[in-house]
Design a protein around this ligand. Structure first.
Ligand SMILES: C[S@@+](CC[C@H](N)C(=O)[O-])C[C@H]1O[C@@H](n2cnc3c(N)ncnc32)[C@H](O)[C@@H]1O
Length: 242
């Protein structure tokens, strides 16, 4: 079946505050608050680990981070390998503004736009990534189809996503250990944000069903990974046929 023949599924019903319209209207202070939240040690460690994982996969070429938020992953990738040509995309103008501030002085092409319909040329990227964003897209399958369009043949995208069927006991223990060194406010906000993410996230088999309904159906892999020693992440690797 070709990509065009696939039916695009209806948007997933979800709380109003995680729909595209919400991210489009996000005020600048909320984007700044999120950026501040990312500056705590456990999330900084997660960003560094994702960057190391990706940097080991690509020596040079074009890399796109979809749903880049405040752009911290791109900054870390530049630090690890300044030869990479970096691109960032996010639906939220407020997040793009914060990313521009965080990435000042670093050559990065930052664009506001939807994962589901970008203005990049076909067969353009050597690697596409996305961290904690796919689970928020209104039309995830359409977004995956767009990734397939803009990836070069033979190249892969790596999507790091939280999943609902996480081992709750292991998650709670890891969270407790991670929160110990944080200030009181972060100790309160951190677990709330993570639990909310798990509540909205798909189950592993739902992510698998999503990918199976796209051009990547025959070329994907799903691994459970620990980031910042919190076991709540799936790494979904999808590869475009060469
Ligand atoms: C939880 S944040 C993750 C940000 C960053 N990747 C990180 O790891 O910190 C999710 C980001 O996805 C963006 N987003 C949500 N839906 C999107 C879509 N359809 N297309 C592009 N970006 C989207 C949001 O604006 C937000 O910046």
């Amino acid at each position: 079946m070709t990509a065009n023949a696939r039916s695009v599924s209806a948007p997933k019903p979800r709380p109003k505050d995680v729909r595209e319209a919400h991210f489009l209207r996000m005020p600048r202070f909320a984007a700044r608050l999120y950026d501040w939240f990312l500056s705590m040690k456990p999330t900084e460690t997660q960003t560094r680990e994702v960057a190391r994982d990706l940097a080991a996969r690509i020596g040079q070429g074009r890399l796109l981070d979809i749903g880049t938020g405040p752009g911290r992953l791109l900054a870390e990738l530049h630090r690890l390998n300044p030869r990479l040509e970096l691109f960032g995309l996010d639906i939220s103008p407020a997040m793009i503004a914060v990313a521009k501030r965080n990435l000042k002085g670093i050559p990065v092409d930052l664009r506001q736009g939807r994962a589901e319909q970008t203005d990049f040329a076909a067969d353009f990227f050597d690697l596409v990534t996305c961290t904690g964003s796919l689970y928020l897209w209104d039309y995830p399958e359409q977004g995956l189809e767009e990734i397939s369009r803009i990836l070069k043949p033979g190249c892969s995208a790596y999507l790091f996503e939280v999943y609902k069927d996480v081992d709750r006991e292991a998650f709670r223990t890891a969270l407790r250990n991670n929160l110990r060194e944080l200030d009181m406010f972060r100790r309160l906000v951190g677990p709330f944000a993570l639990r909310k993410a798990l509540g909205i996230a798909a189950r592993t088999e739902e992510y698998v069903a999503m990918v199976k309904n796209t051009s990547f159906a025959e070329n994907f892999m799903v691994d459970k990974v620990e980031l910042g020693s919190i076991p709540m992440w799936l790494r979904i690797t999808v590869t475009k046929c060469g």
